[in-house]
Write a protein that binds this ligand. Structure first.
Ligand SMILES: NC(=O)c1ccc[n+]([C@@H]2O[C@H](COP(=O)([O-])OP(=O)(O)OC[C@H]3O[C@@H](n4cnc5c(N)ncnc54)[C@H](OP(=O)(O)O)[C@@H]3O)[C@@H](O)[C@H]2O)c1
Length: 295
């Protein structure tokens, strides 16, 4: 049983959702997933998105008490794939009663990525989301559409219908077509970057933005160095989006889900004993939207 520190909360986990970052931590790939633990894993228990009940609080905790229903992204400490997890008070928010624990657990990480990644989507702008059929992408498609943008979703063939259902105007199977050789886009949100910065630059309209959220280390490094310089020279912006975590960045998504403006899509729910299958399901790119695990 983990014990909470001064500003920490012990949460009895009712539901936890799987993110690609869990799979990356499990496999140690891309290389940034090894930060903090080059030789041995940084975390013994993975799992960052949690929803559950407060079981104990540290002496410095002021916002929560035992029994409160909470949810949040515990990316710093992890440990969510368990019956109990310790999280910093600041990472947690009160769970709205309109959302089930399973629904709430899908929002913190994927919602924050989608909200910040689509902040530049505008009425009439052309937005492309690469890796759009997974967790963050399923919210990003909806957000970009709600802002009035024309949305293109890119993912594997098994997710094309799902992306259309979420509101994508156009869909591309990345195994059949190279999106960087289509029309130029005003915003490209890339959840799985692995192409050259020249290809990404080619995909952008003048004044357009390319935001990389996840992908290979090689690509991320090239985007922040060569990509940034290339973008400046050609009137385009290429950069890595470092996603700010925390309630301020996922509570707005929860409110919009409650209002019926956004839809939460849970593909499958696995019991904790089947966590390896749940991780593999997400890691192999099968999940349509989110996958939830319940202890
Ligand atoms: N920047 C930050 O601060 C920050 C913070 C947290 C997380 N992240 C990152 O955010 C990313 C998004 O995670 P998520 O949980 O939304 O992932 P997810 O649910 O697994 O969705 C990713 C989707 O991309 C697809 N895909 C894989 N390779 C592709 C390619 N070459 N072209 C197009 N689509 C491809 C996958 O399907 P297939 O595998 O079948 O192709 C899958 O459907 C992760 O990389 C994570 O590390 C970044």
């Amino acid at each position: 049983m983990p014990a909470p520190g001064t500003k920490q909360v012990l949460v009895e986990v009712v539901a936890t959702s799987v993110n690609l970052s869990d799979w990356e931590g499990l496999t140690g790939s891309p290389g940034y997933a090894r930060i903090g633990g080059l030789r041995t894993p940084a975390h013994r228990v993975l799992g960052s998105d949690i929803a559950g009940r407060v079981a104990a609080v540290g002496s410095g905790v002021t916002r929560f008490q035992v029994g409160d229903e909470v949810y949040g992204d515990n990316l710093g400490l992890m440990g969510g794939f368990a019956e109990f997890a310790v999280a910093p008070e600041a990472a947690l928010a009160r769970k709205p009663h309109e959302l089930s624990f399973a629904e709430a657990s899908t929002l913190p990480q994927a919602g924050a990525i989608a909200l910040q990644g689509t902040a530049r989507a505008r009425e009439g702008s052309r937005v492309l989301i690469n890796g759009a059929g997974g967790g963050a992408g399923s919210f990003a498609i909806q957000l970009a559409r709600r802002s009035g943008a024309h949305v293109t979703g890119v993912d594997n063939a098994g997710k094309l219908d799902f992306m259309r259902e979420l509101g994508a105007d156009e869909v591309i199977d990345y195994r059949r077509e190279d999106f960087t050789r289509r029309e130029p886009y005003d915003l490209v949100l890339d959840l799985v970057a692995h192409r050259s910065v020249f290809a990404y630059r080619r995909a952008l309209a003048r004044g357009g933005h390319y935001l990389c959220v996840g992908g290979t280390v090689r690509t991320l490094l090239r985007v922040v160095t060569v990509g940034a310089a290339l973008g400046l020279l050609t009137g385009r912006r290429l950069g890595v989006l470092v996603v700010r975590p925390g309630p301020a960045h996922f509570e707005p998504i929860a409110e919009r889900c409650i209002a019926g403006d956004l839809r939460i899509h849970i593909d499958r729910t696995f019991p904790l004993e089947e966590l390896p299958q749940a991780l593999t399901y997400v890691g192999r790119g099968r999940a349509l939207g989110k996958v939830v695990v319940t202890p």
